[in-house]
Design a protein around this ligand. Sequence first.
Ligand code: HXC
Length: 258
Amino acid sequence: MAFKTIVVEIEDHVSLIKLNRPDALNALNSELLGELATALREAQANEKVRVIVVTGSEKAFAAGADIGEMSEKDFVDVFLEDLFAEDTTAIQRCRKPIIAAVAGYALGGGCELAMMCDFIIAGDNAKFGQPEINLGVIAGIGGTQRLTRFIGKSKSMDMHLTGRFMDAAEAERSGLVSRVVPAKKLMEETMAAAQKIAEKSALTTRAVKEAVNRAYETPMSEGLLFERRLFHSLFATEDQKEGMSAFLDKREPQFRDK
Ligand code: HXC
């Protein structure tokens, strides 16, 4: 499908989704969020795709929800349409691993979008923030909940209450991003990580996502039981036999998603 606000390229089992509203620093308007949701559903359905990468430009991953579009709306509008609920659910429903490659600004909804992905690789010029307070609103697609779980209450309150930006080094120190790389090498490093994941069994990448995400939803005892049962169930797969035999034979495993 042809998109207007994103560019999608599929290469070597990776669907690379590039947010593409350069004049507005990739601000998330309803068209972009709708197209992103469609691209993610297509990536989920496409058997060739094993990993998804969401990225922006060198200057901005996304500078937030589109303020011009939001400024036209009142409470009744956003409440009745349940603004942002439908399209962001598509991101959370995706069962394939999603990496956010963040250079430049990831603010407001942009920071929240990055946090909805499975992990974040940041260029050293990345700047994260939840500056909605300066607009008289608060985060609306998970910022108060996810950022708090990523970086703890004190830093999360600081970010949401002051609206300040956090640089890449602080984001890494705080656990918001998994790694920081030179901005020029962001895509190379992210695609290398994506290729590494693409080589794994699709069964185990799904299991990892389900188990890690469970850590946010359940008490520890339930999460541990869920993980153990998933671990047990993987012993019913050919890929478990292959993975362990390959190790013992001192060769690379050939996973077949079975
Ligand atoms: C609409 C935006 C935008 C946004 C930038 N632009 N951010 N348009 N919505 N969120 C537009 C600017 O209006 C400008 O358009 C162009 O992008 C370039 O931006 P500049 O401000 O000129 O660039 P710069 O001086 O480099 O400053 C960059 C910036 C600043 C610090 C990122 O643009 C900024 O503060 N943006 C808003 C960030 C923000 O408040 N995000 C939270 C949004 S609320 P023109 O036409 O003038 O060239 C939100 C709610 C989430 O996300 C709730 C659920 C999704």
